[in-house]
Design a protein around this ligand. Structure first.
Ligand code: COA
Length: 621
């Protein structure tokens, strides 16, 4: 395809020209995240509670909100504090958010925080194929890294506005570090001597692989292949201590074990090498075979947790920001530590790498022999051995508890909602509301991530998908007494309300981060927490039974993550033009949830909504 070749050639040429200062200039041109008006947030807060809170309780909350926003009251004082903070800081929210949402969060990063990505199954089923693909993948990531290093990464846009690109500069050469009460993140990319190595893990054994030649050119695919082969041949024993599984533990336990681990000098150096590495490649052992239709579900759990201590869970360093996973059986994907970035930059990197791996093999050139990659050694004391055993047990409990279903909805994709002049994302979110309502006969607090990257250092806010309009539609949908034409009108109204909420959120006017900011301001001021934050409605509103996210990619992949509450679902989706990939998770320990049941209900909801539009010809424009 001439066009593709041309655009590829353009990318290659552009990426090789270094444009120093371009990134900073771009960043400085971005607006600062606003602090929304207090009354606007208070009014909108009451509106989002309506579909999820009983009326009596809501009346009580109304009184509390009125008191909170009273002129001269506590709300105004906190708002002023927040505005002062916004004036001084580059982004009033981002440091707080990083700390609160990630670094202070003490649940294991596995399942509870780190998303996985499942790529389509690759066509190999042996060690040679695995190494060949891994070599291409590494070369592809290094190619992407050239654009980051040279500041030539194309700026992204949302709704016609340029986006903050800082997350791209945080995902390579970085790692989370555990602490006893709170974690931190280190990034070595901007060091005077930035790292030149990646780490490779095979049969639980870690290696340092230098990926640049002495003339600073990246190793070729052939060179990488030879190096990976050496690593595999020297790590054939399968009885090694899975020291990496420590990173899957509860953060406080891991924080303690970490202090213990790095007391030993050799261990400390090995851990530093992993933390400093550009990224990690996990060469996984084959997992139990799955039928073709179960493949993506099985691969999703492999990416999210590795399958348990018997399988590949020890073949990871879960604190590492980026870990690419290549299985001997053709399973391929990644897991990333969430603190530095959201899904979209990660899948943009994947899209680039997948395109790169499709390029035909480069002609072999004679190669000078390269040194053997260095194996990272660990001294395992009896105490560490105990920590590893405990981490294995906890991991296996988590593995047993995760109920995962990857569902490819194959009847339509973005095309159908678009043909009815409806936002595809909003259409899918309304279908999720319908599916949930049909299963539980009530609406629940629903989280959809909205990008705040229009603003400097922006992360996310929440689109609350359960709205007065979605609730009216889902109640009407199965009501025989209501005419189809009315149902169509309600459907359109719900979809448009969702899109309007999205527009408000991406422009920095949603309510959730603002409310959080007011709460954190009260804590920072050492004043009593206002009653609205102690109220049951606030707890219910933040108990997200549906935690959802759209992560679109050009590649036919899907991102996946766990639920955020014990009785909830995690739903991530990649809407393609003619199909939609969904990854749905729940916990087996909750008798009321089932990922498979929600997948079926969602499929029915999408089909029923399409049928409803079709039955009412005037709907199509
Ligand atoms: N009629 C016809 N087409 C429409 C339409 C309408 N009324 N509304 C939207 N579309 C089109 C859009 O132009 C777009 O076209 P494209 O496929 O050519 O790009 C497409 O439909 C998709 O638009 P939509 O479904 O409305 O969603 P979006 O792309 O605007 O995304 C969010 C919405 C909320 C997902 C996005 O704003 C966002 O914030 N993304 C980041 C989420 C995130 O960070 N997730 C990761 C968390 S780890």
């Amino acid at each position: 395809n001439i066009c593709l070749l041309f655009s590829w050639a353009t990318i290659v040429l552009l990426s090789l020209t270094r444009i120093p200062g371009r990134y900073l200039t771009h960043q400085e041109g971005l607006p600062k995240l606003p602090v929304p008006p207090l009354n606007q947030t208070c009014d909108r807060y009451l509106a989002v509670l309506e579909p999820i809170i009983e009326s009596e309780e809501l009346n009580q909350t109304r009184t509390l909100v009125e008191e909170f926003q009273r002129p001269g009251g506590v709300g105004e004082r906190l708002q002023q504090g927040l505005e002062r903070r916004a004036h001084k800081a580059e982004n009033w929210l981002s440091d707080w958010w990083l700390q609160m949402a990630y670094l202070d969060y003490r649940m294991p990063v596995v399942i509870h925080s780190s998303p996985g990505v499942v790529l389509p199954r690759l066509e190999f089923s042996d060690r040679q194929g695995q190494i060949r693909y891994a070599a291409k993948l590494i070369a592809g990531v290094l190619d992407f890294k050239t654009m980051i290093d040279n500041e030539t990464l194309p700026v992204e846009y949302l709704g016609g506005r340029p986006l903050c690109m800082s997350q791209y500069y945080r995902v390579l050469s970085s790692c989370r570090i555990p602490g006893i009460k709170s974690d931190s993140v280190v990034n070595y990319a901007s060091n005077k001597t930035p790292p030149r190595h990646i780490t490779v893990v095979h049969n639980f054994q870690f290696y340092v692989l230098d990926v640049y030649n002495s003339d600073c050119t990246p190793l070729t695919v052939d060179q990488l292949y030879v190096q990976l082969e050496k690593i595999c041949n020297s790590s054939l024993q399968t009885n090694k201590e899975p020291v990496g599984i420590l990173t899957s533990n509860h953060r406080n336990s891991w924080g303690k074990a970490y202090a213990n681990l790095i007391r030993d000098k050799t261990n400390k150096e090995s851990v530093r090498a992993i933390q400093k590495s550009i990224f990690t490649v996990c060469l996984d052992a084959p997992m139990p075979r799955a039928s073709d239709d179960m493949y993506r579900t099985r691969a999703a759990v492999q990416m999210l947790h590795g399958g348990g201590s018997r399988w590949n869970s020890g073949n990871r360093w879960f604190d590492k920001t980026l870990q690419f996973i290549v299985g001997e059986d053709g399973a391929c994907g990644l897991i990333y530590e969430h603190a530095p970035a959201e899904g979209p930059p990660i899948v943009a990197l994947i899209d680039h790498v997948v395109e790169y791996t499709k390029k035909s093999d480069i002609v072999r050139t004679p190669m000078a022999p390269l040194p053997m990659p260095q194996k990272l050694c660990f001294n395992i004391s009896p105490e560490l051995k105990k920590d590893i055993e405990e981490a294995k047990q906890n991991m296996n409990i988590m593995v047993q508890d995760l109920d995962m279903k990857v569902h490819v909805f194959s009847y339509f994709g973005k095309n159908i909602p678009k043909s009815y002049k409806l936002s595809p994302d909003a259409f899918i979110q309304v279908a999720l509301q319908l599916a949930y309502y049909r299963m539980y006969q009530h609406c629940c607090a629903t989280y959809e991530s909205a990008s705040l990257r229009m603003f400097r250092l922006g992360r996310t806010d929440t689109i609350r998908s359960a709205s007065v309009d979605s609730a009216t539609f889902v109640r009407a949908m199965d009501d025989q007494s209501i005419q189809n034409s009315e149902k169509v009108a309600l459907l359109e109204k719900a979809v448009k309300a969702h899109r309007a909420y999205t527009d408000m959120a991406i422009r920095g006017q949603a309510i959730d981060r603002h409310l959080l900011g007011l709460k954190l301001q009260a804590i920072e001021d050492l004043s009593a927490l206002p009653d609205i934050f102690m109220d049951t409605s606030y707890a219910v509103a933040n108990h997200y039974n549906l935690s959802t996210s759209q992560v679109p990619a050009k590649t036919d992949c899907v991102m996946c993550f766990g639920p955020v509450v014990p009785d909830g679902y995690g739903v991530c989706y990649n809407p393609m033009e003619e199909h939609i990939n969904f990854a749905i998770s729940a916990f087996n320990s909750c008798a009321d949830t089932s990922a498979t049941r929600l997948a079926h209900a969602l499929e029915d909801a999408l089909l029923d909504m399409k049928a409803l539009l079709e039955q009412t010809p005037k709907a199509k424009l």
